[in-house]
Design a protein around this ligand. Structure first.
Ligand SMILES: C[S@@+](CC[C@H](N)C(=O)[O-])C[C@H]1O[C@@H](n2cnc3c(N)ncnc32)[C@H](O)[C@@H]1O
Length: 580
């Protein structure tokens, strides 16, 4: 199994994630889980997605050799007339939009669906294409990420070129994906329009029906003409605040509520810059695995050997930034062999704020899949103990496996528990407590292309409530005089500063420890918090507050003490809770 160390991310949605079940895919009529809010309200919608009949007779050109895949593959036909990147992209987009699969550009070996991707293509379209080569793979990554990001804008263009709104709303989902891909390639990738038209028509005909091909032909040709004469349908950004937000939301392809929220908090200019950042191709950072005795210099020489362009991090030793070449890093096995991890510097800086020291006992309260845990563990140099709590067992398993791979498992104990329950046991106190809280992830939208469409305004209220509860729980685990670090990968003040202000009102025994000592000054806010801002720092957005608990808390808080405190030793905790 490929083990990934994801960039810092929000996974509130984990509990709502749906994946396509293979058994569902084999039927002609598929019942997908609930559509995302945006797809139902801002785009076409359908709960029953009809897929085309299996391969049309005239499109099959050869039969795949019998020994080259699963039994399913053997029985089906290969279509060499359809461009593989287009077929795979369309199916991936269907999975992401209706199946809840994430569009992380790095997910699952960079192929989106792992080795079985052609199986999905075949079951969805009724035929398979030739396998993807490296160029196709890069194109699929680009097309899928871009088409998701630009979905609202692309739908605006498609709608403008349809006869009427009903035509658009009643299109089959697969037809919409084929059109979106074509529109994206022509308008954003500047691909030769007539090649795009031809390929898209062919896919629509073979995968759907001849009429669908004609429709694609008509609409894409109109687009090609408009593109050539530089007269694409305009997006109006005027009127009152609400109308302007709608216009900007279409022009920069984001949900309206996000535009309104960012305009309110940061002003329109910054909101536009933020959306532009979210729409750009993400860059990635790698962290050399010092747990294995490797250094940033070792990583740099491997990257040089691979001819992967890179630059050292401005802020963190042992981190390097890549703009391109991630595929080479993957193929060379650097991640698989635990040589390095993918970690954004904005997440690395949160670990700098925790400032783990050898010999300390640290608890990471929402730890999985372990990006920060592993980095902290490597800083303990084999001395001390790190407890990793998470409610999600599957993700904790990934954490354990990665910790073994990175050779830092000796200092880590995993605890599968809801933090709220775990903390009421009042088991023991820790020197440092990190709460990397579930959050909206609004700081990582450039990497998580689909996230903007899966978040709803209503989620924000639920998240804030959960964050308050988890902060209260985490605070119970801090020893007198100890440190509590709260972090998110969000830029939203309501999930960040406001949560801390509310916490301090509930817990006057804590005070803010300004982060100046731990991170460069340009990341420090007026209140002494850490804030990485994509517009300012060209990193993912992230936030952290470092809070100290007053050493005389127990004296000052009669009746609010921790009755069962220290009744267990750390060793007993390991035995009682750990699952490895
Ligand atoms: C932002 S992610 C953590 C990312 C992780 N710190 C890293 O750097 O890789 C939030 C995590 O909180 C976990 N979580 C959510 N609710 C929880 C709860 N009540 N108790 C414990 N963990 C919870 C989720 O399963 C998720 O893994």
């Amino acid at each position: 199994m490929e083990i990934w160390n994801f960039p810092a991310c929000s996974f509130f949605s984990d509990h709502h994630t749906h994946t396509i079940m293979p058994s569902l895919l084999s039927g002609r009529i598929l019942h997908f889980p609930k559509l995302s809010a945006t797809s139902s309200s801002e785009s076409y919608s359908s709960k029953q997605v009809k897929f085309p009949k299996k391969i049309s007779q005239n499109s099959a050109t050869s039969v795949r050799p019998a020994d080259s895949g699963s039994p399913l593959r053997k029985t089906h036909k290969l279509n060499l007339e359809v461009s593989p990147h287009r077929a795979v992209s369309a199916v991936r987009l269907m999975r992401i939009e209706f199946g809840g699969a994430f569009a992380d550009l790095l997910n699952e070996q960079g192929k989106g669906s792992g080795d079985n991707e052609m199986g999905y293509v075949e079951r969805t379209l009724g035929f398979r294409t030739r396998d993807l080569d490296d160029r196709d793979l890069r194109l699929v990554t680009e097309v899928v990420g871009g088409t998701i990001r630009w979905r609202r804008y692309l739908d605006h263009l498609i709608l403008s070129l349809c006869h009427d709104e009903r035509t658009f709303r009643s299109m089959e989902p697969l037809l919409v994906q084929i059109l979106r891909i074509g529109f994206y390639e022509i308008t954003k990738l500047d691909m030769p329009p007539y090649a795009v038209v031809d390929e898209s028509v062919r896919l629509a005909k073979v995968a759907l029906r001849p009429g669908a091909g004609n429709l694609v032909n008509g609409i894409l040709r109109k687009l090609a003409v408009l593109k050539e004469s530089d007269s694409l349908p305009a997006v109006e950004v005027d009127g009152d605040d609400r109308q302007q937000a709608r216009g900007l939301a279409t022009l920069y392809s984001h949900p309206v509520w996000m535009v309104r929220r960012w305009t309110k908090y940061f002003g329109q200019d910054t909101a536009i810059k933020l959306m532009t950042w979210n729409n750009s191709y993400p860059s990635f950072s790698l962290r050399a695995n010092t747990g294995k005795g490797l250094t940033g210099a070792d990583l740099v020489s491997r990257l040089k050997m691979l001819k992967v362009p890179h630059e050292p991090s401005l802020y963190l030793d042992d981190f390097v930034r890549l703009k391109t070449g991630m595929q080479n890093v993957i193929q060379a096995g650097l991640l698989k062999e635990g040589f390095c991890a993918v970690q954004d510097e904005s997440a690395g800086l949160v670990v700098s704020i925790v400032d783990p020291q050898p010999g300390e006992n640290i608890i990471d309260c929402c730890a999985a899949p372990g990006g920060k845990t592993l980095f902290m563990a490597s800083r303990l140099n084999g001395q001390g103990k790190l407890f990793a709590v998470d409610i999600n067992e599957g993700r904790l398993r990934i954490l354990r496996e990665t910790a073994k791979l990175h050779q830092v498992i000796d200092v880590i104990s995993t605890i599968h528990s809801d933090l709220r329950t775990f903390s009421t046991d009042k088991v023991v106190e820790w020197d440092k407590v990190l709460l990397d809280a579930p959050c909206s992830g609004l700081g990582v939208l450039s990497k998580r292309a689909d996230l903007r469409w899966n978040r709803r305004l209503e989620d924000m209220e639920q998240l804030k409530h959960l964050q308050d509860e988890l902060l209260d729980s985490a605070s119970r685990l801090v020893k007198p005089g100890g440190v509590l670090i709260y972090s998110t990968c969000s830029i939203d003040p309501e999930e960040n500063e406001e949560r801390i202000e509310a916490f301090l009102l509930r817990h006057p025994e804590f005070y803010i420890d300004p982060v100046n000592k731990y991170v460069p000054e340009n990341f420090v806010t007026n209140r002494g918090f850490y804030m990485s801002n994509p517009v300012k720092h060209e990193l993912d957005g992230a936030f952290a507050a470092r809070l100290h608990e007053s050493p005389d808390r127990l004296l000052s808080q009669v009746g609010h003490s921790k009755p069962y405190m220290q009744q267990f030793s750390l060793q007993a905790i390991i035995i009682r809770y750990s699952n490895h």
